[in-house]
Design a protein around this ligand. Structure first.
Ligand code: S3P
Length: 167
């Protein structure tokens, strides 16, 4: 039986584009937790960080993610920090199946450098180090995902294939 399929991993790892492609393949809805947070708060993620701070963001993130991980078949892409929250991980264990999209740091760097969506967690004056520090602090937790999908290239069709093989 299909559960809520949850994609986790670093910012810029391709969770959203992989998630959309996967949803198309499995004929399921795609939901992005950050978009849901923005809808609920009616402001952008950077504005939430700027106006209310990270702690406030993490509380809203916990509430919204726990609600979305309800066991109903869908593809859910989580913001990079969501899986670090133990309550969210518990909810995934209960109602979901998790895939860590483990993209190499060079690719992540290239994507984040080009992305118009500026992430408030990053220091763009020292981007490589900033990515590496966040990755090092999180990787042991990302490893707790049910499956790890390692990717070197941008080939989202291959990544989707690997995920489907594990379902
Ligand atoms: C964050 C990742 C972002 C967003 C917020 C915090 C993080 O999502 O939730 O800026 O702590 O890694 P993406 O992973 O979709 O960029």
């Amino acid at each position: 039986m299909l559960k809520t399929i949850v994609l986790i991993g670093m910012m810029g790892s391709g969770k959203t584009s992989v998630g959309k492609e996967l949803a198309k393949n499995l004929n399921l809805n795609f939901i992005d937790s950050d978009q849901e947070i923005e809808k609920k708060c009616k402001i952008s993620i950077p504005s939430i960080f700027e106006k209310k701070g990270e702690d406030y963001f993490r509380k809203i993130e916990e509430k919204i993610c726990c609600k979305l991980i309800d066991g109903k078949p869908k593809i859910l892409s989580l913001g990079g920090g969501a899986f670090i929250n133990s309550k969210i991980r518990k909810e995934i264990k209960k109602n979901g199946i998790s895939f860590w999209i483990s993209t190499n740091l060079e690719n992540i760097y290239d994507r984040l450098l080009q992305s118009k969506n500026k992430r408030p967690m990053l220091d763009y004056n020292n981007l490589k180090k900033s990515i590496k520090d966040i990755y090092d602090s999180r990787k042991e937790i990302y490893k707790k995902a049910d499956y790890t999908i390692r990717t070197k290239s941008d080939n989202k069709k291959n990544i989707v294939k690997k995920i489907i093989e594990n379902l």
